[in-house]
Write a protein that binds this ligand. Structure first.
Ligand code: G1P
Length: 358
């Protein structure tokens, strides 16, 4: 019998494109719709019937990721931690995970990728056998920012190039890959790329050179790589739009109005506010005399008074006083923003514990 499918989740890296917030937090733990991105990843893996997962972590943020995930039982998973000493590339992650992977086929899933589809159907098809690798592709406007595939009409992959200047197609490699153990031999044959990393794209190209069978699926649903602030806000918007359902657990006074799909967590108090969904508000928050507009996620223990905000992600413990108005913004944990009557429109990307007066 073929050994069961394992999961390999890559949760290392330095998150430089998301600074300042990643100075103090792992990018995979930044919440989208009030849930860490990595949780979506692990839930998707668990839902596909996978039970054993190796998570690759970096020295800078590994401890925070371990603290958030624990032993994985929250997700119905058994977790093995795989420390990566330096960011050597995606194929380097597979290399160091080899003792964990053994001879098992596996799905490799990048911990900062969010996709709008379950992976169950792809996992089932891969388990049924026949391919050495299956990749997911998505048509994008900026293929040069990704690995790019050329495929034939039957979905067979012909060629792959990492971040080509002149892309041969608009099909980008989504950060979810299914591999048989044949990938290990391919990785042993490749050398580091111009950016000094062992590229998984090169390893899959090596499989093709060796006449292995590489299949692909073009996904119709959304795919979000949450590597930068604007991507993260886009991810928040898409996830709220797709998955936010009305659920009011806190208290909303008679002077407030709540329109559209809005979630309000336990022990949150809303007084004299207008909230227009899709919006998610965490637990133990206090909102007074404010407007919270569409596509906003507010973390637990946050206070918003006399303010107007929309299209923003606020992590836990923020304080907003008299801000008129805040848009397109990402605020880290425990950020304080206050104003004595300024009418400006602010767009902010603030790291944890920032204190801003406008
Ligand atoms: C990596 C892969 C790339 C893939 C992308 C998906 O890029 O190298 O092929 O399209 O993830 O998120 P990186 O984020 O390392 O630049």
């Amino acid at each position: 019998m073929r050994p069961g499918l394992k999961g390999l989740v890559l949760s290392g890296g330095k998150g430089t494109r998301l600074r300042p917030i990643t100075h103090t937090a792992a990018k995979q733990l930044i919440p989208v719709a009030n849930k860490p991105i990595l949780f979506f990843v692990l839930e998707n893996i668990a839902a596909a019937g996978i039970e054993e997962v190796g998570i690759v972590i970096a020295p800078e943020t590994g401890h925070a990721i371990q603290a958030a995930i624990g032993d994985g039982s929250l997700f119905g998973l058994r977790v093995t931690w795989i420390p990566q000493a330096y960011p050597g590339g995606l194929a380097h992650c597979v290399k160091i995970a080899r003792p964990f992977l053994g001879d098992s086929p596996f799905v490799m899933y990048l911990g900062d990728n969010l996709i709008g589809t379950p992976i169950t159907q792809f996992a089932d098809e891969f388990r049924a056998g026949g391919a050495d690798a299956t990749i997911l592709l998505k048509a994008v406007d900026n293929p040069s920012a990704f690995g790019v595939a050329t495929v034939d009409d039957a979905g067979r992959v012909l060629k792959l190039v990492e971040k080509p200047k002149d892309p041969a197609s608009n099909l980008a490699l989504v950060g979810v890959y299914f591999f048989s153990p044949a990938i290990h031999g391919a990785i042993d044959q490749i050398v580091p790329s111009a950016r000094g990393e062992l590229e998984i794209t090169d390893a899959i190209q090596q499989l093709l050179n060796d006449h292995a069978r590489v299949k692909s699926h073009i996904i119709a649903e959304w795919w979000l790589d949450t590597g930068k602030k604007d991507d993260l806000l886009a991810a928040n918007t898409t996830v709220l739009d797709s998955w936010c359902r009305t659920d009011v657990r806190g208290s909303v006074d008679a002077k407030s109005s709540v329109q559209g799909r809005v979630q309000i967590g336990r022990d949150t108090v809303v007084a004299n506010c207008r909230i227009r969904g899709p919006v998610m508000i965490g637990e133990r928050c206090n909102l007074r005399n404010s407007f919270v507009g569409p596509f906003t996620s507010v973390g637990n223990d946050t206070e918003i008074a006399d303010s107007i905000i929309q299209h923003a992600v606020l992590l836990e413990g923020c304080r907003l006083q008299g801000i008129n108005r805040l848009e397109d913004s990402l605020l880290g944990r425990n950020v304080t923003m206050s104003s004595r009557g300024s009418q400006g429109l602010y767009r902010m990307s603030l790291g944890d514990d920032s204190d801003v007066e406008v």
